[in-house]
Ligand binder design. Structure first.
Ligand code: GLA
Length: 745
């Protein structure tokens, strides 16, 4: 539930000389005698305030529930010197602290100058108002280093977007060794830190731990976002709670190596600093050059972790995800087409006849989009050859892709295709012609993973090649969708075209070129939609989601494992982008046997797809899937773009789990309930629903499964929320699933 309040920006300035006694017991250095200024951003139910203290430092003053515009906040005031070991520069919560003057917490910016100086002290210089925000310029106290901090606040959700532009106006180059997008500070308190960890086939595990003194580092050093940690955090006051309590959360929009440091210092202050990963970083900024950091988004909710994720989901749908030409100007993107993907059915054994046979079966189920996965190009028979050679394999498709695409269209579906543009197999024509195009250190081994190497997308020639083949593919074929894969991390990240001191620019330029290619493709092919996949969920972040319509959360399609993966995923990302396929049973990974109904409902929690070998399905399987796809289509907007309530978590070996979504009009709600494994005869807990209009009447309809026959079919929102929804007493056993819809009368 969100009130739409306008975004408000207040700037006040008062020029006065601060009495030194207010600042510190120590004599104040001369540079502290400057005017103060306050900035305040309000949007949704949030206010964020910061100001210039009397020393010229930009410091956070407040971040929390929305204040009245005429509420006065105490002005920014530098912390006093607690001890000679705790000097004000390090204890004052600066918005963007340079590493200098004895800073012991995580710096936002660390620079080495040409003369060997490494002291950087950023003071307020100027500010400019912008729509829903402002730019604040900081400058080093002696050097011509300017940092423009960009701030904006979303009027609906109160989510802030912060980033920095670093500019060298010195006459010599400087090396940036560390650059954050932003630093956030929290009031003193007892907190729980929530973050997401994982691995291939086991992404998005929610980790919850008390925040303690020291630093918790969440990062990727891999050149891309990574499966192992995701650039999202949520810090809750007190213990974790879905429904109540203050939560501060953030997500970094960067698909290269990244780092978020959450630290509680010796005086209990909490700071969160995030941006480029400083590991192996070194960005040479020549005179006149600028470096743009990624954007760090930050939000606040007084309604627990559930409230935080509902704000993020809404923000992503309204402000991050791209639109196609067909949805241009619409407040949110359209729900994803229900896809069929052939990967688990055929792996590399794709042929025109085989794909057409699958397409016919898929169309009969009511599928919207048919996607051909890996194996259609070059000499791609297994994963050890062909990547890089993006021509259609003539043995498999003698007449090109057109006959298959035409057939798919004639069956009433659109057509999608798998690509892995940034990779090359050494056994490929591309690598034979351009062995220098990959990330490498000359004279050193080139480490392969899945028999492939990473093309150095930072190079202009590689960028042009990748853009060129994709543009040609889309010009020559009627393709509605690309599944864009990325199946390994970096090794030997050398870029020998540049002088040695500049080669580490690869960490920035690679990702910038990736975004550039995606942006240009979307401009030239404005109806094409793109999925971000990286061996499952290895490249999901708010950076890539500006250019891609959906993501593949995990190669693990086991419907039981998926419940936990999807639960974790939903803390940071909207179900709109969460593709979820129904695949075969027993499952290839866990050898678990589950019913088709259970598999369907597990996938229907997100954006549904079918990835099974449907050529082997019985008529009953087909009829069940067809019925559930139809039922899904009817409620899909509520599931993927409504307000999500995680009623019972599947985590920590729970016997049960349940989710509920409510559309923004509160006219429809969808409930999913899963029994994992009944123990000691326990029945399913009564589900106290959330977010309904208490006075409205809602009619309950089963999509799959049964409610307790004693339940009314129509009752008020108050009934469903207070009395709750009772499920059928026989809803027990192993891997059982039910789904219901409630429609306002
Ligand atoms: C990755 C993807 C899979 C599939 C294969 C194809 O593992 O995550 O979905 O596309 O590549 O090689």
């Amino acid at each position: 539930m969100m009130k739409t309040l306008p975004a408000v920006l207040l700037i006040s300035a008062a020029s006065f000389l601060a009495p030194a006694t207010l600042l510190s017991a120590q004599p104040s250095p001369a540079r502290c005698n400057v005017s103060t200024k306050d900035f305040r951003l309000s949007g949704g139910n949030v206010t964020y305030a910061f100001g210039v203290n009397a020393c010229g430092e930009l410091q956070q003053v407040y971040w929390g529930g929305r204040l009245a515009d005429n509420d006065k906040l105490p002005p920014a005031r530098r912390n006093r010197e607690m001890a000679s070991f705790d000097t004000p520069y390090t204890t004052t919560p600066q918005e963007y602290a340079g590493w200098g003057e004895g800073l012991f917490v995580e710096p936002a910016l660390k620079i080495t100058f040409a003369d060997g100086n490494r002291d950087l002290v950023l003071h307020y210089d100027s500010s400019t108002e912008k729509p829903n925000g402002l730019d604040v310029v900081l400058k080093d106290i002696t050097k011509q280093i300017y940092v423009t901090l960009h701030y904006s606040i979303d009027p609906q959700t109160g989510i802030l977007a912060r980033s920095a532009t670093i500019e060298n106006r010195e006459s010599d180059p400087v090396t940036i060794e560390q650059a954050a997008a932003a630093a956030w500070a929290l009031p003193h308190g007892n907190y729980t830190l929530n973050y997401l960890t994982g691995r291939w086939a086991g992404e998005y595990n929610l980790t919850q731990e008390p925040l303690q003194h020291g630093a918790r580092v969440i990062e990727s050093r891999r050149g891309s976002t990574g499966h192992q940690a995701n650039p999202w955090f949520a810090i809750q006051s007190g213990s974790p709670d879905e429904n109540s309590g203050e939560v501060w959360f953030g997500a970094l929009g960067w698909s290269g190596s990244w780092r978020i440091v959450v630290e509680q210092d010796q005086l209990d202050a909490v700071r969160i600093t995030g941006g480029f990963n400083p590991f192996d970083f070194g960005y040479v900024l020549k005179p006149g050059e600028k470096l743009e950091t990624p954007t760090f988004y930050g939000g606040y909710s007084a309604h627990g972790l559930g409230g935080a994720s509902r704000l993020l989901h809404s923000f992503e749908n309204h402000n991050i995800l791209p639109r196609t030409a067909k949805t241009a100007g619409q407040p949110t993107p359209k729900p994803r087409p229900v896809i069929y993907n052939s990967w688990e059915a055929t792996e590399f054994r794709v042929t025109e006849g085989g794909q057409i046979a699958l397409a016919e079966k898929a169309a009969a189920l009511g599928i919207d989009r048919f996607v051909m996965d890996d194996g259609w190009f070059g000499q791609r028979k297994t994963d050890n050859a062909g990547l890089g050679d993006w021509y259609v394999n003539k043995e498999k498709f003698p007449n090109g892709l057109k006959p298959l695409i035409d057939k798919v269209h004639s069956l009433g579906m659109d057509f999608g295709l798998w690509v892995e543009p940034e990779m090359v197999n050494p056994d490929s024509d591309l690598y034979r012609a351009h062995p220098d195009w990959v990330l490498n250190f000359p004279g050193r081994p080139r480490t392969e993973a899945r028999q492939q190497l990473v093309l150095n997308l930072a190079r202009t020639d590689v960028r042009d090649y990748v853009y060129g083949f994709l543009d040609k593919l889309l010009n020559e074929n009627d393709i509605a969708f690309l599944k864009w894969d990325y199946n390994r991390n970096w090794s030997e990240p050398g870029w020998d075209q540049l002088p040695p001191a500049e080669q580490k620019k690869v960490y920035v330029a690679f990702t910038q070129n990736l975004y550039g290619i995606l942006a240009e493709l979307r401009k030239r092919h404005p109806n094409v939609e793109i999925e971000s996949c990286s061996g499952g969920g290895g490249r999901v972040d708010l950076g890539i989601l500006r250019y891609t319509d959906e993501v593949w959360p995990s190669d693990n399609t086991d419907p039981f494992d998926r419940l936990t993966i999807q639960d974790g995923f939903s803390y940071a990302y909207t179900p709109q982008v969460m593709m979820a396929w129904v695949t075969d049973s027993p499952h290839w990974l866990n050898k678990r046997t589950t019913s088709l109904s259970y598999r369907m409902l597990s996938s229907m929690q997100g954006s549904l797809g079918i990835g099974a070998d449907i050529s082997k399905w019985t008529a009953d399987d087909g009829a069940l899937a067809k019925r559930l796809i139809k039922a899904y289509h009817e409620v899909q907007p509520t599931i993927v773009q409504g307000d999500l309530y995680r009623l019972i978590s599947p985590r920590n070996g729970s016997e049960f789990s349940a989710t509920q979504t409510v559309n923004h009009e509160k006219s429809q709600s969808v409930v999913f309930a899963f029994v994992h494994s009944t123990q000691e005869g326990r029945g399913f807990p009564v589900l106290k629903l959330k977010g309904l209009d208490p006075a409205a009447q809602y009619t309950l309809t089963a999509i799959e499964g049964k409610a307790n026959p004693r339940e009314p079919t129509t009752a008020t929102g108050a009934y469903w929320m207070n009395h709750g929804l009772e499920l059928d007493d026989n809803f027990r056993g192993d891997f059982q699933a039910s789904a219901f819809r409630l429609d306002r009368k």
